[in-house]
Design a binder for this molecule. Sequence first.
Ligand SMILES: [Zn+2]
Length: 408
Amino acid sequence: MITSTTGPQPADFADVRATNLAVVLRFVREHAPCSRADIAATTGLNKATVSSLVADLIDRRLVRETGLTENRVGRPATMLVLDGSPYAAIGVEINVDHVSAVATDLAGERLLTWRRSFSAGDSVSQGVASVGAIVRRVINRMAREERQVLGLAVAVPGLVDVQGTVRLAPNLGWRDADLGGDLAKALRDPGFPIQVDNDANLAALAEQRFGAHAGAADLVYLTGEIGVGAGIILDGRLRRGGLGYSGEIGHVQLDPDGPPCHCGRRGCLEVMAGIGSVLRGAPAPAEIHPADIQIEIEEVVRLARAGDAGTLATLSAAGRSLGRGVSILANLLDPEVVVLGGHYVPLAPWLLPAVHAELGHRVLAPDAGGCRVVASTLGQDAAALGGAARVLDSVDSGRLPGGLSRIP
Ligand SMILES: [Zn+2]
């Protein structure tokens, strides 16, 4: 949307101005260092409007001037970069054995990554207490750094509806939990928005903003935890579906005669290609405590490196099943990239050859529709980082901190 500082002002002038502030902020985020003239030339906003908008963003400490000047003919220009030093975005991820918290500044630089232990059997109220405890500590740290918290987004492994209610989180044993509302009470209405979303959705946002394929318009993230879920970004936007339940690829049936899944069906992708299938095939105890998964995965990696035939066969079988699941995504959505996350990351060197072979057989489009399958580079806390990304997305789309101090 484009406006001018002269001429008649529409009734929703404040909305137009907020939209234009967001346009300028996004431009600086993507093109910094850049000049006011660069912003005007690319956005189509006139120079006087850009100057006014930039002044407002500087007042809010979202943008700052640097001493740099462009090396070009003519009058040197003052260059602009993102500031955001007085702000923080918080993301939290609830996993079966731990809670992670990540805080970033406005530019997405990580300020902290913390974990605390958590038990999958904990009730929702115990879960709220755990998340509340770590978030309070993050808020206190940000306050000591004189940063204003812009928002909090919490990632949950399960079905989260578009209102943010956790409808079903099977691996946590939670059902119909108003996690956001309960957290707001536990934090005594902290004065910033609290959002709750599915872990795969938020991890996909983290990949879109921070990952090796950042900026990809069509990207799918697959969680590699006890469960397998997909976060789907199409045409640059996260696709939640009508009620928010998209991406449950873990329960797509690959084999009607396959092993039973905890959902009550048989041969789901989750039970054939999830981390459980890798560990069940490995010489590991039948029942693995969630806290021990990391250790067991390291043992699988060690055996695979040593060329253990049984381990290699198990990984190859899991890779083929995973490849069948990814082929469904590729045929249906034609993503540029499918990112494997969580525990899939250390196993990727042994999973990916089988995944790629299945894609070659099963995707109708030549060269699998250009779909690449890669391991995430964001580490274990991608969904928590994605929570922070979601908060930054809100700012980029116009929910700016601070008042409109310079409306003419
Ligand atoms: Zn299932």
